[in-house]
Design a protein around this ligand. Structure first.
Ligand code: 0GY
Length: 291
């Protein structure tokens, strides 16, 4: 099946970034899609993407000056983690993964993923991407993955945080929040919703955050000036619990695929000091995924 009508593929020729990441830098949020001929998309998916196979991901990693990837299972593959695990298996140890599982996942499957380098599961609360899963089911999944030392990645919309927070703080693992908690950047860094998110990070040392996806939040467009204060505030306040990623191949962009080189050039704007960059791109993701 071809990609959905209107689906915007990734940028065909990203620019070479001016910013050079430190040695060993990790792109800690990206995906692989298909190829469909080998790894069909899930029947329950909410969108059909373009194929974005591992070879293209690894070539982009090298082109952008990165060393490693964390590949997050995308909702178009639902609970079939084979494309992601295949990419880990082909990476020669330079990729780790985050899976999507249901309660029906077997211990054998968890073991298979663990051996391949999966380090966490993603709980997705974004209604346009996944169907609702009851909290007690998620809690049981959390209890099964916690003994493996895996963490939980949560993807939600900031307006839902108040309702989700009691569940999030009850989780028994490290919790990694996708895309800065998806703030509404028109409201400003000090808006009560964003302040609530900062308080959560302040009070709960097991919460980490991905300072990713300015292209999803910007109202002013590239080079994403309006999103810089949000990333900057998080790096400044929580330098040991931030990680960064491209989000390649950028599922579900509404207008245009971002230029990945431009996303890399966003890094020194949110993490100006060399020590901040080293923590964001090397020290923190290595602690979370390779230790
Ligand atoms: C992302 C974003 C999205 C999609 C998925 O799993 C997915 O399908 O993650 C999105 O459309 O916001 O960056 O991970």
């Amino acid at each position: 099946m071809a990609m959905s009508a209107g689906y915007i593929p990734f940028h065909p020729h990203p620019s070479k970034p001016r910013y050079k990441p430190p040695a060993g830098a990790v792109d800690a949020h990206c995906h692989v899609f298909g190829p469909e001929a080998a790894f069909p998309y899930a029947p329950e998916r909410k969108y059909t993407p373009c194929d974005a196979p591992k070879e293209k991901l690894f070539a982009l990693r090298d082109f952008l000056g990165f060393d490693k990837n964390v590949i997050v299972q995308a909702s178009c593959h639902s609970k079939d983690n084979r494309a992601m695990v295949d990419a880990l298996d082909s990476s020669g140890g330079s990729a780790k993964g985050v899976a999507f599982v249901g309660e029906d996942v077997t211990d054998r499957e968890l073991e298979w993923m663990d051996r391949a380098g999966v380090k966490g599961v993603r709980f997705n609360f974004v209604k346009r991407l996944v169907d609702f899963t009851p909290r007690d089911v998620l809690a049981r999944i959390a209890a099964r993955i916690a003994p493996r030392g895996w963490h939980i990645v949560v993807y939600f919309e900031m307006r839902d945080l108040a309702e989700l927070e009691p569940f999030f703080t009850s989780l028994p693992t490290t919790v990694v929040v996708d895309h800065m908690g998806t703030p509404d950047v028109s409201k400003g860094v000090d808006h009560p919703d964003n302040a609530r998110f900062h308080r959560l990070l302040e009070r709960h040392g097991n919460f980490w955050v991905k300072v990713t996806c300015p292209e999803r939040m910007t109202l002013s467009g590239p080079p994403y000036d309006d999103v810089v204060p949000f990333g900057r505030a998080l790096v400044e306040r929580f330098p040991e619990r931030v990680i960064w990623g491209t989000d390649w191949p950028h599922p579900n962009m509404k207008q245009a695929a971002p230029d990945d080189g431009m996303l890399v050039d966003h890094i020194p704007r949110i993490a100006p000091a060399a020590a901040e960059q080293e923590a964001l791109l090397v020290g923190n993701p290595m602690r979370l995924y390779w230790s």
